[in-house]
Design a protein around this ligand. Structure first.
Ligand code: SF4
Length: 338
């Protein structure tokens, strides 16, 4: 590791103005937010920003020397692309530090219409190799790419070594089984998916049935999970349901798990990652505060202590309190069997 370590930016989620302030107050370098519509992949009722809260949030962050990114990371739907164009225009008008885009057509629009606007390639673009990233740089001038959570750390390094584009990786938050940008599971049950409508398992399709002995969670009528009394219940997504498969009931696709890279922060610093992202614009300001504060401390310690870096139990406990499910993992970054 070099004598002076340039720390990656800590990029934190802002699903609301209070969450944005929580991120800024607890040490985020950068926050990211979306508008109140399907142009972003966390299009849940009650979340996100209108023009006024966006301007208030940007002012709050800027006054404290932080950056603000706007996510426009769903795919524009045929015949109705104007909403996505308006979102890009609004980002330029708001003066955000960058827009996070998934759709190539939208990158083209942004690059032509607003050449001054910095473009980040969203994780939803599913770019897992440097060739795809360099092509987007050549065509649209993208400055940063967010990698899907499917690469090992060596593969992340390989990408970094072959591109001038800054590389952002996920550091904490709920994991999906999908390669980002390609999961349509939610559509099978509801007709709506993150890529098209900006939301997985929209709340209007969710039903909670309280019985004497159990709680049933249904999505569009499909029984996703059944919880015993006092068992913590998770939000019903198809990938994380417990299903009856040939007489056995279990998490047939994926057990709810959180990514947590605390244990490999020094290696992440070593390979030259430009930014570490926290997932969770759908989560509360309390989650944002807790995760941001913990990662800020850990990242600063990794920068200072370099080779003597140790994960503090208090950090793990703080993150475990807000993690999805009972398990945490280094995810694809660390594949001992590879
Ligand atoms: S169904 Fe699961 S894997 Fe697919 S987008 Fe939703 S949470 Fe992610």
């Amino acid at each position: 590791m070099p004598a002076t370590t340039i720390l990656p930016e800590l990029v934190c989620p802002a699903g609301s103005l209070p969450a944005l302030k929580a991120a800024v107050d607890n040490g985020a370098d950068t926050v990211y937010f979306g508008l109140k519509n399907d142009t972003n992949a966390r299009n849940f009722a009650g979340l996100n920003f209108d023009d006024k809260t966006a301007r208030d949030g940007i002012r709050y962050a800027r006054e404290r020397g932080r950056k603000v990114l706007m996510a426009i990371n769903t795919y524009a739907q045929g015949g109705d692309i104007s909403r996505w164009h308006r979102a890009v225009d609004e980002a330029a008008d708001l003066g955000v530090d960058a827009v996070i885009l998934a759709d190539l057509g939208l990158m083209d629009y942004a690059a032509r219409r607003h050449p001054e606007l910095r473009l980040h390639m969203s994780v939803q673009s599913s770019a897992t190799n440097y060739e795809a990233i360099n092509l987007a740089r050549e065509l649209f001038g993208i400055r940063r790419a967010v990698l899907p959570r499917v690469l090992t750390l060596d593969q992340v390094k390989h990408v970094i070594d072959h591109t001038e584009v800054e590389i952002e990786v996920f550091g904490f938050g709920s994991l999906c089984v999908m390669v980002e940008g390609r999961c349509l599971l939610s559509s099978y049950a509801t007709g709506e998916s993150p890529n098209t409508h900006g939301v997985c398992s929209p709340a209007k399709f969710v039903r909670w049935e309280h019985g004497e002995e159990q709680l049933n969670a249904r999505l569009s009528g499909v029984l996703i999970d059944q919880y015993a009394k006092d068992e913590p219940a998770g939000y019903p997504t198809l990938c994380k349901g417990r299903f009856d498969v040939r007489g056995d009931t279990y998490y047939a696709l994926e057990e709810p798990t959180s990514l947590n890279v605390l244990a490999m922060l020094p290696q992440i610093l070593d390979i030259g990652v430009a930014a570490i992202k926290v997932e969770g614009r759908q989560r509360s300001p309390a989650y944002v505060a807790q995760v941001t504060r913990t990662l800020r401390e850990a990242l600063d310690a990794a920068g200072r202590e370099r080779n003597r870096f140790m994960v503090k139990p208090a950090w793990q406990q703080a993150l475990a309190k807000v993690a999805e499910g009972q398990q945490q993992t280094l995810g694809a970054y660390d594949r001992p069997w590879k």
